[in-house]
Design a protein around this ligand. Structure first.
Ligand SMILES: NC(=O)c1ccc[n+]([C@@H]2O[C@H](COP(=O)([O-])OP(=O)(O)OC[C@H]3O[C@@H](n4cnc5c(N)ncnc54)[C@H](O)[C@@H]3O)[C@@H](O)[C@H]2O)c1
Length: 278
């Protein structure tokens, strides 16, 4: 990834940190964006020796102008934008520590909570895609990786607004993969494949931590998707927990892959004059 420039949102979180570190180790320059200033300060302190290739920028991805500034600053500092990892999100842990064991019902939600989750988890990913897409299309090379969640979580009762916000993001990724097909910009989804050992799953929850998916599981599929080997790979969804980095890449890739957003579940719509092209 020498010469490539990556933007990672939610960079101070559980997955974000390992992804920033992995991309730096692979030779990329990285803009680490997060709304948490102390989180970014900690991240920077944990990565000494990367000052020339690491930009940490406090950015609220729900704020389109802030996203625009972050993309402009990244391009000015490193000379371009090639990779976008839409990873930043709010989990239900921001509402309550025991959210995993005692689920969050609709009466606990307010319009402000609903709107904030949608603004961060769905609109935030769109904002970042919108501000990064022009340079990617112009250079005919780009990688957009959207971190969504398991289908189970999207449809789960008393798991709002998190589940629907991620379902919207998955649908957005499916549409973007089609829209950018043939341009050199690929769009893929990566999910951990279950609850993971990050702050989004509070330490007080009843899961045994050792049974949770380690954040490092996200690294191998995402690094592979960013490589030249994945130039023609778009519209796929990968379950990181199933990706065995020791097995042959082609075999692993085929085993972990499905189309984004379960298109086989879509019922054929009735269109006057015949179904339009996708
Ligand atoms: N942990 C899991 O079990 C799990 C399961 C499925 C999917 N995911 C997804 O993985 C991704 C990473 O989550 P994680 O587990 O590392 O959680 P995390 O809470 O450790 O990290 C999320 C990061 O996003 C940042 N963030 C929140 N609001 C933001 C905003 N407005 N602008 C910029 N940054 C913001 C937070 O400050 C935090 O650093 C998320 O998209 C999440 O939905 C996580």
């Amino acid at each position: 990834m020498q010469g490539k420039v990556a933007i990672v949102t939610g960079a101070a979180g559980g997955f974000g940190r390992v992804l920033v570190c992995a991309l730096l180790e692979q030779g990329a320059s990285v803009a680490a964006l997060d709304v948490s200033e102390p989180g970014l300060a900690q991240l920077r302190a944990s990565l000494p020796g990367y000052d020339d290739r690491l930009l940490c920028a406090v950015t609220d991805i729900a704020d389109y102008r802030a996203c625009e500034r972050a993309a402009t600053d990244t391009a000015a500092r490193f000379g371009g934008v090639h990779i976008l990892i839409n990873n930043g999100a709010l989990g239900l842990n921001v509402l309550r520590e025991d959210c995993m064991d005692n689920l969050v019902g609709i009466r606990e939600l307010t319009p402000e909570i609903w709107n904030r989750f949608i603004a961060v988890n769905l609109t935030g990913a769109w904002n970042m895609t919108r501000v990064c897409i022009e340079p990617m299309l112009a250079q005919r090379w780009g990688r957009i990786i959207d971190v969504t969640t398991s289908f189970f979580t999207m449809l789960r009762g008393s798991f709002h607004p998190y589940g629907p916000s991620k379902a919207g993001m998955e649908a957005m990724a499916a549409g973007h993969a089609k829209e950018f097909a043939g341009t050199g910009v690929t769009v893929n989804v990566v999910v951990p494949g279950g609850p993971a050992d990050t702050p989004m799953v509070p330490s007080s929850s009843s899961f045994k931590r050792e049974n949770l998916i380690p954040p490092s599981a996200m690294v191998a599929p995402i690094v592979w998707l960013c490589s030249e080997a994945a130039n023609d790979v778009t519209g796929n969804r990968y379950v990181a927990a199933q990706w065995d980095p020791r097995a042959p890449q082609q075999e692993v890739e085929q085993r972990c892959r499905a189309p984004i957003a379960w298109p086989q579940l879509a019922q054929s719509p009735v269109w006057p004059g015949g179904k339009p092209a996708e």
